[in-house]
Design a protein around this ligand. Structure first.
Ligand code: PLP
Length: 457
């Protein structure tokens, strides 16, 4: 048993939380999570909660996998740490590198650079891209282009590549040499257009930006196949192939940030496979170990690897925990589970379509304007007045904070969802069953009712 009051006192006295409003936290006290099993969590009061967010979009195989704990335990006893600097390596790291090369889209990414997190993966992307263009004899190509509302992490370079206005405002970001274009949100920008036409138009913003900056100065474009933290923004099918075409036209590198989409979230091993494009670099983290221990990295395609690995000499970049043996052992076992249980295929064939149907049913709720799903990532948009299409709904005023209100009801009623403005997000563990999706949807409906009562009171 846990003394919740005492734990909350310690938390409030000493713990500076990431992405948390501390005033709200002091008023309510932190919820202390103490255990997990499958899709469920338990707090220090013994309350069971459905984890609709798989932690932070990462616990793909679900909680409580003893075999991952065993693999890490065995590796810690065998060799708890060794690095891969200065001509050394370790067995789990090199085995994982080979396995990731095999699993990569078209097996076209034969090299891997390991990091400790997704943010470090994207910092690595920035340095790797600039190093590539130096080696290619075009050092003036040093500009990277990201997207408004994109999220690539919290380190200085990753937060700059991302397009979160609040993060930029607090840190004097972005750093020089990083520019942004709009996000391919049909609901936001596609009024009066078909989805297909909007996808091409949104990709065209990249070409506009390249021409504005000068193509000879642009090094790379980075984006998430489906934007996660931005609110599960699913681009039209025309978007990514057109982005690839534009990058090719100007010789620009294309980077897919697969930190959320990778390792099965969208029903493919990598999101770019679903979205129909082949990037030059892939950033990954989260689902590679299902978050059991921290690990990230960059998958490197032939174009960059040829210069960097074969002719580049020393790339002066690396982390103490690059290729950490215990993290790599966790990843190897995690990937074995994903394969053995066919979890990626299940998302494509069973749980993803099932979630789509459940969310389509939730979209009939008076508070829900529309529902979008892609694999096991989904969003409900809360609206003041429903309309026939996504552009015909009356939105809530942002200051009403209806999304946060809904999230509070969810939290109090045993389900974790994320609120991005008025978009209510789920991204559960890939191990979720259809019966558990029903349970989750029922609970969401009940919380929508509670929110509606409060909004209309
Ligand atoms: N990239 C994307 C798409 C993410 O969603 C995240 C985290 O949510 C990151 C990068 C940063 O990863 P990390 O928090 O492991 O540094």
């Amino acid at each position: 048993t846990f003394d919740t009051r005492e734990l909350q006192r310690l938390d409030s006295a000493h713990y500076l939380h990431p992405f948390t409003d501390h005033a709200a936290l002091r008023a309510r006290g932190a919820r202390v999570i103490v255990r997990g099993d499958g899709i469920y969590l338990w707090d220090s009061e013994g309350k069971r909660i459905i984890d609709g967010m798989a932690g932070l979009w990462c616990v793909n195989v679900g909680y409580g996998r003893a075999s991952i704990a065993d693999a890490v335990h065995a590796q810690l006893l065998q060799l708890p740490f060794y690095n891969s600097f200065f001509n050394t390596t370790n067995v789990p790291a090199l085995r994982l590198a080979a396995l990731l090369a095999e699993l990569s889209p078209g097996a076209a990414f034969q090299h891997v650079f390991f990091t400790g997190s997704g943010s470090e993966a994207n910092d690595t992307v920035l340095r790797m891209v600039r190093r590539y263009w130096q080696l290619a004899g075009q050092p003036q190509r040093d500009i990277l282009i990201g997207r408004r509302n994109g999220y690539h992490g919290s380190t200085v370079a990753a937060a700059s590549l991302g397009g979160m206005a609040g993060m930029h405002a607090q840190g004097g970001l972005p750093i020089p040499g990083i520019h942004h274009i709009g996000q391919p949100s049909y609901a936001e920008g596609g009024r009066g257009m078909s989805e297909a036409a909007f996808g091409l138009a949104a990709a065209g913003w990249l070409e506009d930006k390249i021409l504005e900056l000068g193509p000879e100065r642009v090094a790379a474009f980075i984006g998430e196949p489906v934007q996660g933290a931005g609110g599960v923004i699913i681009p039209p099918a025309t978007y990514w192939p057109e982005i690839r075409r534009i990058c090719d036209k100007y010789g620009i590198l294309l980077v897919s940030d697969e930190v959320i989409c990778g390792f099965g979230r969208l029903g493919r091993w990598f999101g770019c496979e679903l979205m129909g494009f082949q990037p030059d670099l892939i950033a990954f983290a989260k689902g590679v170990t299902s978050g059991y221990v921290p690990l990230g990295g960059v998958l490197v395609g032939a174009r960059v690897a040829q210069l960097l690995a074969e002719q580049g000499g020393e790339f002066q970049h690396g982390f103490t925990y690059s290729g950490h043996p215990a993290a790599c052992a966790a990843a190897l076992e995690n990937i074995r589970i994903l394969r053995a249980e066919g979890l990626v295929e299940r998302v494509a064939q069973e749980t993803g379509p099932y979630l789509k149907a459940c969310f389509a049913a939730l979209a009939t709720h008076p508070l829900v304007g529309h529902a979008e799903t892609c694999g096991l990532a989904a969003a409900l948009t809360l609206v003041r007045g429903k309309g026939a299409g996504v552009h015909d709904c009356a939105p809530f005023a942002p200051q009403q904070a209806v999304g946060m209100l809904c999230r509070k009801h969810m939290f109090e009623n045993g389900i974790i969802m994320r609120a991005v403005g008025e978009r209510m997000i789920v991204a559960p563990p890939l191990s979720i069953t259809t019966a558990q999706i029903d349970e989750m949807a029922e609970r969401i409906r009940a919380c929508l009712d509670l929110t509606l009562d409060e909004v209309t009171a």
